[in-house]
Design a protein around this ligand. Structure first.
Ligand code: HEM
Length: 533
């Protein structure tokens, strides 16, 4: 049996010990001045006005006034936990990433689960995608796998993301509806952008109302790239599989729980960890040699497609255990900053246009959300290995950099780091050639085949749930033309589905089938059949 080095798993915990604090001793101001009365402001006489010179009152109130920071523009509501990841065997044939190459290493992690559309105070059990974001605090820097619980996404190109999110979020004039997919703007976007169809099939299935974060799958969604120490690349799709199995609520339960316990998923995660019933997930990979890039009947760079497991099996590579609740929600769960561009040597990107957009967006939004360029110094975001560079100053700077130089190249010494050696991150050397053009390849144009595959993979009762969900959500649209357009798109997925949905929402059922491509039953997709066990 492999002997693991548990000090690796504890590296983040030990680092946090340096900043953990308990309120003890006598009350002081932020300046450390002792205070003996925090109930009465300083006034003129016993019934007179309050004095501006009451520095304790002003500080106490100012600090309170500024307690809130902007919530995340998406995925605002979340719950998180610490734990560790440990590989089963070395993956060094495909990647030089240390945390995937040594079964003796336990890497500390922080995972944040989230809903997407609702605000920070919204209910947990809404119909929505769930985020499944993991920060691995590796000895080679932080690696973030910022995934979701559904293996595909709504859009192919990140430039559509602001439009998509504006359509999903509450309408701007009255901020209604909050965290529900039942409104005209979402369905208007869906009808006009048929690439959303595959994801919408998953969304209307029980996958979008998970019973627990402990019983939820996770997916990296994009095709990423592993790179080994010879510089050879392999395409990879990441999967998290919950050891407890994948389980969902049914819609009636989900709605009732929203009212009775809006913290249902958050509480379940916290209680399970507090009681020692640690959630576990297995990490799996689908590997595709570079030479097979064009072998599939969809484009590997298209995030609206999954890679069927009947074509490429998922290989289990390691296990993650979540075994520690955070000490402070704001300091840790709220201030953690995930970013798809946080990669370590051995993991690289592909030209998936959704991924490329994300690689810009996360850092950009965090500069605002977390108040400036030094948010990586917030304890939960700090790597466990040493950080050393010429980045300086900026609001929120916590470090006292010593030395009289902060530039490169530099012959004077004085505190500047040297360039790294063989362990440095090196980008995969991919040949790229082409004209500048705003057009997506024809290989991205089939928006229906995998939506059909998904529907074909469902059991009868699961299909009934999908039909009911479409009727419930789409049936709330006030604009009849919006409903009709979605039904027309559904008719390209499955004629029977379109007829059933149409007849429940006052739309004329399509007379003939429009389906052009017809789906094999994929074992990968049929796993969705377990979604609501
Ligand atoms: C959060 C942008 C697609 C998963 C966020 C945030 C932004 C964002 C701005 C808030 C980050 C923060 O304030 O810290 C985008 C853009 C996308 C995109 C521009 C497409 C171009 C996706 C996809 C996935 C995903 C495809 C899943 C594979 C997440 C998760 C979070 C998140 C899990 C929450 C992270 C956390 O828990 O803090 N996204 N996103 N996003 N996104 Fe995306």
């Amino acid at each position: 049996m492999t002997e693991f080095r548990d000090h690796d798993a504890d590296a983040k915990d030990r680092q946090l010990d340096g900043v953990r604090t308990d309120s003890r001793g006598d009350l002081t101001t932020d300046n450390g001045v002792l205070i003996d009365d925090t109930d009465n402001s300083l006034g003129v006489g016993e019934r007179g006005p309050t004095l501006l010179e009451d520095f304790h009152f002003r500080e106490k109130m100012t600090r309170f006034d500024h307690e809130r920071i902007p919530e995340r523009v998406v995925h605002a509501r979340g719950a998180g936990a610490y734990g560790y990841f440990q590989p089963y065997a070395s993956l060094s044939r495909h990647t030089r990433a240390h945390f995937l190459s040594d079964p003796a290493v336990r890497t500390p992690v922080f995972v944040r689960f989230s809903t997407v559309a609702g605000s920070r105070g919204s209910a947990d059990t809404v119909r929505d995608v769930r985020g499944f974001a993991t920060k691995f605090y590796t000895q080679e820097g932080n690696y973030d796998l910022v995934g979701n619980n559904i293996p595909v996404f709504f859009i192919q190109d990140g430039i559509k993301f602001p439009d998509f999110v504006h359509a999903v979020k509450p309408e701007p004039h009255n901020e209604i509806p909050q965290a529900q997919s039942a409104h005209d703007t979402l369905w208007d976007f869906v009808g006009l952008q048929p690439e959303t169809m595959h994801m919408m099939m998953w969304m209307m299935s029980d996958r979008s109302i998970p019973r627990s974060y402990r019983t939820m799958q996770g997916f990296g969604v994009h095709t990423f790239r592993l790179v080994n120490d010879r510089g050879e690349g392999t395409f990879v799709k990441f999967h998290w599989r919950p050891v407890l199995g994948t389980h969902s609520l049914v819609w009636d339960e989900a709605q009732k729980i929203q009212g009775k316990d809006p913290d249902f998923n958050r509480r379940d995660l916290w209680d399970a960890i507090a009681q020692g019933r640690y959630p576990e997930y297995e990490l799996g990979v689908q590997l595709v040699p570079e030479s097979d890039e064009h072998k599939f009947d969809f484009d590997l760079l298209d995030a609206t497609k999954l890679l069927p497991e009947e074509e490429v099996a998922v290989t289990p590579v390691g296990r993650m255990v979540l075994n520690r609740n955070p000490d402070n929600y704001f300091a840790e769960t709220e201030q953690i900053a995930f970013h798809t561009a946080n990669v370590v040597p051995g993991i690289d990107f592909t030209n998936d246009p959704l991924l490329q957009a994300r690689n810009f967006s996360y850092l950009d939004t965090q500069l605002t959300r977390l108040g400036g360029p030094n948010f990586q110094q917030i304890p939960v975001n700090r790597p466990v290995n040493e950080v050393s560079n010429n980045q300086r100053d900026g609001s929120g700077q916590q470090l006292v950099h010593r030395g009289h130089t902060s530039y490169h190249p530099n012959s004077l010494g004085g505190g500047c780091p040297a360039l790294a050696d063989a362990n440095a991150y090196r980008h995969y050397q991919e040949r790229v050639d082409g004209v500048k053009i705003r057009k997506r390849s024809d290989s991205f144009q089939d928006h229906y085949s995998q939506a059909t595959l998904f529907y074909n993979s469902l059991a009868d009762w699961e299909r009934a749930h999908v039909v009911a969900a479409f009727r419930f959500e789409l049936g709330k649209c006030e604009d009849l033309r919006v409903r009709e357009r979605v039904v027309e798109n559904l008719n390209r997925v499955d004629h029977g589905l379109a007829v059933q949905v149409a007849s429940g929402i006052g739309v004329a059922p399509p007379a003939t089938a429009q389906v052009t491509n017809h789906g094999r039953r994929s074992p990968a997709l049929s796993q969705a059949g377990q979604a609501a066990d």
